[in-house]
Design a protein around this ligand. Structure first.
Ligand code: ADP
Ligand code: ZN
Length: 531
């Protein structure tokens, strides 16, 4: 098969707009869509980096309809494929999906439609690409383009690596004349470079849309009693609103959803351990009803297109900035004010550090994970505008502080914490580097708990030297020392804290250390006398 000369393609400039209006019912293109569509219609390769909700789908759907032949769309999730195919079919487009959840007979029929030129768009799961039946049918078909959705899945830097995506170089090798468009909402520079390398898109034109979501307010609070803090946040600021609450474990999802429900919040759980039927019912209710709060693991969210999600809350620390940005990006797609709220505490840091230390993964993988975690911790502990920080991680510069995050609203104070840090570290050292923060705090504050008595820690020099600081203040110190990497959680000692080499300058050379002061919770601030 040979490529058609470009002039044979009906690509008059007005055609894409006509398709946008007649098929999709929209008046005009949004942002860079028109430029991308024109480029792909003309046969160019493209890499599109656009935030969630930016309107990526039309960037390949319209060229597929305008160009001759069928557009092949690689998509990682069956649910996403089904949703898109249903919406397109409804709009009168000849669309189909091909995935492993179908009967062989159905698959054969779809491939016959492809070979016979009866399809405009075929969505396909990555693992189907290499099957002989697909390759043969595609050889017989006229192909309009290849779209590779969620292209970050090809990269181990991304948070959602799928080995099947690596095989997608085959598209380019077998059908080099067919234009390719790769799309993702994960834009940090290492992932971006990796996508280009893995998919051999060096010659593709890049379309990078600003990732800023100015309508989202970012806020991070120190975790104390997370459920109560969450409930307060919802009641104060988002009563009756739809929202998503992310937790790291299924157990925590179930418990949190049940507890919120008892408190009168219409919360539903969602995680991979639930029955497929239950998951689907909960997702449908979330999409159709007003004001449902979905409590979920990260299994929930990809491809969810609900414009009026008013808040995304994290009760546990996400693994990376990219994951965090993608998850929070599900709030406020309609452009109206929304909140990204996160409670973050000592346990989160210790838990992640311990998980990393204990991991048996290859070294370079561990290094990558550690770099991601460090960036995430730095975000939590930053004294800089949160949006500036986030966008910089995604390779984008914000000219000035955003005015719409907790730090901009209320700049953080720092304090000279050298003395406190040294006390904390000597408590770790003198107790043998194997105890958790709560016990160390008891030692520092001179509390004669059973555990203190059992280990004779009331006889230590450090016993009671930290009675000037509250428990919360000490938790904040330990949390920040962990985040800074001066101390770490030892997996051999069940997460007991120990010193790292980085502790030396502070402990021995008395290098000054400034820590941030945790802002008082809102309720306490409100109760505080004014004037
Ligand atoms: P993404 O895949 O980037 O997350 P989608 O393609 O799902 O985004 O689009 C997000 C929403 O924006 C959808 O509801 C879509 O119908 C809508 N949309 C996209 N482009 C336009 C447009 N040009 N005009 C109006 N609405 C649009
Ligand atoms: Zn800001």
């Amino acid at each position: 098969m040979t490529a058609l000369p470009l002039s044979d393609y009906p690509s008059a400039p007005s055609k894409p707009l006509a398709v946008l209006q007649s098929v999709f019912g929209y008046d005009r293109f949004r942002g860079p869509q028109a430029e991308i569509v024109t480029h792909v219609v003309a046969g160019g390769d493209a890499l599109v980096l656009m935030p969630t909700g930016g309107g990526k789908s039309l960037c390949y759907q319209i060229p597929a309809l305008v160009r001759d032949g069928c557009g092949i769309v690689v998509s990682p999730l069956i649910a996403l494929i089904q949703d898109q195919v249903a919406a397109l079919t409804e709009a009168g487009v000849a669309a189909a999906g091909l995935h492993s959840g179908q009967e062989p007979g159905e698959q054969r029929e779809i491939l016959r439609a492809l070979a016979d030129g009866r399809l405009d768009l075929l969505y396909i799961a990555p693992e189907r690409i290499q099957t002989p039946s697909f390759l043969e049918a595609a050889d017989h078909a006229r192909l309009a383009l290849f779209a590779i959705d969620e292209a970050h899945c090809v990269s181990q830097w991304g948070h959602d690596f799928r080995p099947d995506y690596r095989a997608l170089t085959l598209l380019h090798e077998r059908w080099p004349w067919v234009p390719r468009i790769a799309l993702t909402a994960t834009a940090d520079p290492p992932t971006r470079d990796d996508i280009i390398r893995q998919l051999k898109l060096e010659a593709a034109r890049q379309f990078v849309m600003s990732f800023d979501r100015p309508n989202i307010t970012y806020r991070v609070i120190a975790k104390k009693d997370p459920r109560r803090q969450l409930l307060g946040f919802i009641k104060d600021e988002h009563a009756g609103d739809a929202g998503i609450i992310y937790c790291s474990t299924r157990k925590r999802v179930d418990e949190t959803a049940a507890w919120l429900k008892d408190q009168g919040i219409p919360a539903l759980p969602y995680h991979a351990g639930l029955d497929a039927g239950v998951r689907e019912a909960h997702q449908t209710r979330f999409l159709r009803e007003e004001g449902i709060v979905m409590v979920a693991t990260i299994a929930f969210g990809m491809g969810i297109d609900k414009p009026n999600v008013r808040f995304v809350a994290h009760l546990d620390l996400p693994k990376s900035i990219e994951a965090y940005y993608q998850e929070t990006g599900r709030a406020g797609r309609d452009g109206l004010p929304a909140t990204a709220w996160m409670a973050y505490g000592l346990q989160d840091v210790a838990m992640h550090r311990q998980r990393l230390e204990a991991s048996t993964a290859p070294d370079d993988h561990k290094r990558r994970e550690k770099a991601k975690l460090d960036a995430m911790l730095a975000y939590c502990e930053t004294a800089e505008c949160r949006r500036t920080f986030l966008l910089r991680q995604l390779g984008e510069a914000l000219p000035e502080p955003c005015g719409n995050c907790d730090i901009c609203h209320e700049p953080v104070e720092t304090w000279e914490a050298t003395e406190a840090a040294r006390k904390a570290m000597s408590a770790i050292y003198r107790t043998g580097q194997r105890f958790g923060a709560e016990h160390l705090i008891a030692v520092l504050r001179g509390e004669r708990t059973d555990k203190v008595a059992e280990h004779g820690h009331d006889r230590l020099k450090t016993f009671g030297v930290g009675s000037d600081l509250s428990k919360d203040a000490w938790r904040s110190v330990f949390r920040q020392l962990l985040a800074l990497g001066l101390i770490t959680a030892d997996p051999e000692a069940f997460g007991g804290l120990c010193l790292t080499d980085a502790a030396r300058p502070v402990l021995v050379d008395a290098e000054p250390l400034h820590l941030r002061r945790d802002p008082a919770p809102r309720a306490e601030r409100r109760a505080a006398p004014t004037g």
